[in-house]
Write a protein that binds this ligand. Structure first.
Ligand code: ADP
Ligand code: MG
Ligand code: MG
Length: 502
């Protein structure tokens, strides 16, 4: 697989030297493209080539104006230059991914853990509460399917805040609709072209191959096979507005290439055309569905009453859900915070001390705002030092977190109300900025101070109690200008990037 190939290329360096390198990288602004960045004329020319290369390679997005038509499309925003990523941290992120797959799977199977952990949250957060009610309802009825497919993406930044060398710190793990595995499979080719144009052919050759689209598709194909009905289809559950369709098509095409039929439907279509038969097999437009792959359903705005009913129908069905509702709940910020409490990982992964160690090493400080003395204390600390923290609600998709002055004001307002338990607090990660150019349609070319976020895709399939597949499936690097605290590619803040290992 692409991920396997990528890992083989990561030849380890002697530890001492690596440590020194990483220290230098972190504490100085020196980067691999310093000389290149001084030649503005060459960069301008390279940017023109870069955009055409992106279009040729299929790094595409539909436009804001026409999110549901492909007549006129544009490139997905991306960096002109690949960003430097410390090799040791990149390897560490790959090495811990299968542990995270095991952990997410373990959480999703632990009814008591989810109930206990989310008890305070669902009292005040209506969205999480609704998901939780469906979770309980399907467990009460009894699950119709014993095959589980997980596709997640664990996101990290390289923290230079407290100490050097920089440390790999997890931002969050996305267990539903983790996107850009498709387009990430195509950005290395674009950056390779740019580096060649800029006179850096050796550096271009060092960019790693990366194919999360294939890895994701292999997981879906495995689940489809275990479902055991050759005429059944895979259904991509998609949003009303489908700007990011090309990212999804990359995965879809891998399935078609394996003679697995794919249909794309919205919640509304499921509501109108979906039904279960006597053994809870799912039919949509008369076609039996083996696997439901959600690229939708992760934020409140995805749901009206009919969509909630459609979601319940899908969860009750015999189709393999990617993810099932328990796995979606396992990805909440509240669960992430609970995982950082002493003893929690040990309980979820008994007898797997090595995995626990690898996972814990990636955790930043996370704090509960539950009612009680501890919550009071950390709320007071955050109000006094807002720049040290991020305040996170139970939301996905970027643009929801609070920072700085806003964090302070909101916490001050809600500190004595139960509403505060709908949030968690997290230590703010401080990566070392580097200079890059963010290429966006109709934006002037200018240098920006940027920070990057590395995501590793994880894929696993469980049948009953047996894990039949557990892999790291590739990576995604996203980069944004430092003036934006928050927000992903879809939110229009971050852009696609390729790691250049140093
Ligand atoms: P979402 O599920 O909405 O993507 P995230 O936890 O990933 O929520 O936060 C969104 C963005 O906010 C991240 O992509 C990152 O840029 C920024 N962010 C989140 N947590 C931190 C943190 N602890 N330190 C610094 N930046 C953070
Ligand atoms: Mg998220
Ligand atoms: Mg995120």
């Amino acid at each position: 697989s692409g991920a396997g190939q990528a890992l083989q290329l990561l030849t380890p360096k002697p530890g001492l030297l690596r440590g020194l390198w990483v220290t230098l990288w972190c504490c100085s602004m020196a980067g691999p493209w310093d000389a290149v960045l001084r030649d503005e004329a060459a960069l301008k020319q390279a940017a023109v080539v870069a955009v055409d290369a992106a279009l040729l390679e299929g790094v595409l997005m539909r436009t804001d104006a026409e999110p549901n038509a492909s007549e006129v499309v544009s490139y997905a925003p991306f960096t002109l230059l690949p960003s430097a990523v410390p090799r040791a941290l990149f390897e560490q992120a790959y090495a811990v991914q299968r542990d995270f797959n095991l952990l997410v799977d373990a959480i999703s199977r632990d009814k008591e853990f989810l109930e206990r952990t989310l008890a305070s949250t669902i009292k005040v957060d209506d969205f999480t509460a609704r998901l939780f009610r469906i979770h309980q309802q399907v467990l009460d009825e009894g699950l119709a399917q014993s095959v589980f497919l997980g596709i997640n993406r664990s996101d990290y930044m390289f923290d230079c805040g407290a100490a050097s060398p920089p440390a790999l710190k997890q931002i969050e793990i996305n267990t539903i609709a983790a996107s850009f595995g498709g387009l990430a499979s195509r950005t290395a080719a674009v950056h390779g072209r740019v580096l060649r144009v800029l006179g850096k052919p050796e550096e271009a050759a060092r960019l790693l191959p990366n194919n999360p689209a294939l890895g994701l598709a292999m997981g879906i194909a495995k689940a489809w096979e275990l479902y055991g009905s050759p005429s059944a289809v895979v259904m991509f559950l998609v949003e009303e507005s489908q700007r990011n369709i090309f990212d999804q098509r990359c995965v879809e095409n891998e399935l078609w290439d394996r003679n697995i039929r794919v249909i794309r439907r919205r919640f509304r279509d499921v509501y109108e055309q979906g039904s279960l038969d006597g053994t809870r097999r799912l039919f949509v437009d008369g076609q039996e569905v083996a696997v439901v792959y959600y690229r939708e359903g992760y934020v409140p705005s995805n749901y009206d009453q009919q969509n909630w009913e459609a979601r319940l129908l899908l969860e009750r069905s015999r189709a393999v859900k990617c993810p099932d509702i328990a796995t979606q709940l396992a990805g909440t910020k509240k669960v992430q915070q609970e995982l950082s409490c002493p003893g929690t990982l040990e309980k979820l992964l008994p007898g797997n001390a090595e995995a626990v160690k690898r996972i814990r090493a990636t955790f930043a400080g996370l704090y509960s705002l539950d009612v009680g003395e501890e919550g009071d204390q950390i709320a007071a600390t955050a109000i006094a030092n807002p720049e040290r923290f991020v305040l996170k609600p139970q939301r996905e998709g970027g643009g929801n977190n609070l920072y700085g002055e806003e964090l302070k004001q909101v916490l001050q307002r809600i500190k004595d109300s139960p509403e505060r338990t709908s949030y968690i607090l997290m230590d703010k990660i401080e990566p070392q900025p580097s200079v890059n150019y963010l290429l966006r349609a109709r934006s002037p070319l200018k240098a920006s101070k940027c920070i990057s976020e590395l995501g590793i895709f994880g894929v696993y399939v469980r049948q009953g109690t047996e894990l039949v597949l557990n892999e790291a499936a590739g990576h995604l690097l996203r980069t944004k200008a430092v003036e934006h605290a928050d927000g992903g590619v879809a939110a229009g803040v971050a852009v696609l990037d390729t790691p250049y290992l140093v």
